[in-house]
Design a protein. Structure first.
Length: 65
C-alpha cells in the first residue's frame, strides 16, 4: 500500500472510530458512513492545515451536513 492509500485508510478509520458525530458505530452501522469526508480531510492534511482548520472543517460537516 502506498503512503497516500495508507493515509486514506487511516483517516477513514479515524473518522469512524473517533469522530463519529452521529454515533452510528455504536449501533453497528455501516463502516463506510463517513467515507465521503475522507477526501476533504486528506486534502487538508496534504496542505499541512492546522489542527484548528481540520477541527473547523469537521465541525461544519457535523453541524451542516
Amino acid at each position: 500500500m502506498d503512503a497516500r492509500a495508507e493515509l486514506w485508510t487511516k483517516v477513514d478509520r479515524l473518522l469512524w472510530v473517533e469522530w463519529d458525530p452521529i454515533g452510528i458505530n455504536d449501533y453497528g452501522g455501516p463502516d463506510d458512513e463517513y467515507r465521503g469526508y475522507v477526501p476533504e480531510v486528506v486534502s487538508l492534511l496534504e496542505r499541512n492545515a492546522s489542527s484548528e482548520e481540520i477541527a473547523k472543517s469537521l465541525s461544519e460537516i457535523a453541524t451542516k451536513t
